[in-house]
Write a protein that binds this ligand. Structure first.
Ligand code: ZN
Length: 241
């Protein structure tokens, strides 16, 4: 069984289509989406439709929640807030209905899934440091948890009482260790690599692999400007920051 795990599509249709082509070429059996289908990009309806059709599990992200009236937007920075208001305006009712009813967490084949952090999924906290990850390991029982939210692909390994962060590289899950894997972002990477990010999990082998896919960033950029969304949101796609 090969799972493709994607997150933070952020209404970037060009990135999503390129990632799905790669997922198909890898012959993944199931797609899992960790949330933030919308927000920032110019194609929220198209991306929601595709995820609704193709993903077997989709979680709620903070932008999905805000764009459908759940989370207050006062905590969002001005660019994100502008994008949420724009998204709310253009999002079709059926798409809003789908996003609004997504769960915060899921468990599949021995893996735990959450958009932000296991300890308080509805608080949307980030996990950047091993000390933060160490706390989060106490809040789920599985040996591996897949997350998104920071748009930064990396993973944390816990062995005994210690925890370390590791940059993306293919690895095999080991019995005496536990893992929190951030799959990065499809539609707005911020780890200084502008190519779209996702991960695969092969079971029962337990192999986790990170993937980066080039896509038509120029087109996504132009669409953001044409939609009247903040220029910053278009420019950051070109640099992956
Ligand atoms: Zn996000």
């Amino acid at each position: 069984m090969r799972y493709a795990i994607i997150s933070d599509v952020h209404a970037n249709l060009e990135a999503l289509e390129a990632v799905l082509r790669e997922i198909d070429s890898l012959a993944a059996d199931k797609i899992l989406c960790l949330g933030d289908v919308v927000g920032y990009g110019a194609n929220p309806n198209e991306c929601t439709e595709i995820i609704r059709d193709r993903s077997c599990v989709t979680l709620l992200g903070n932008h999905d929640h805000a764009a459908t009236g759940g989370t207050s937007i006062e905590w969002f920075n001005p660019h994100a807030r502008a994008a949420i208001l724009w998204t709310k305006d253009v999002l079709r009712a059926d798409c809003a209905e789908f996003l609004k009813n997504l769960p915060y967490t899921a468990s599949i084949d021995g893996a735990y899934l959450v958009h932000a952090n296991p300890s308080e999924p509805e608080s949307w906290n980030y996990i950047f440091e091993p000390t933060e990850a160490l706390y989060e390991f106490r809040c789920f029982g599985q040996s591996v948890c897949f997350i998104g939210h920071s748009h930064f692909a990396l993973y944390f390994v816990k062995e005994g009482r210690s925890c370390r962060a590791a940059l993306p590289a293919t690895f095999t899950l080991e019995q005496n260790k536990r893992y929190i894997v951030n799959v990065g972002s499809v539609g707005q990477p911020r780890d200084h690599i502008s190519a779209a990010s996702f991960a695969t999990l092969d079971l029962p082998e337990g192999v986790v692999e990170f993937h980066r896919v080039e896509y038509d960033r120029r087109l996504a950029y132009e669409k953001i400007l044409d939609a009247g969304l903040p220029r910053f949101l278009a420019e950051r796609l070109l640099v992956g920051e």
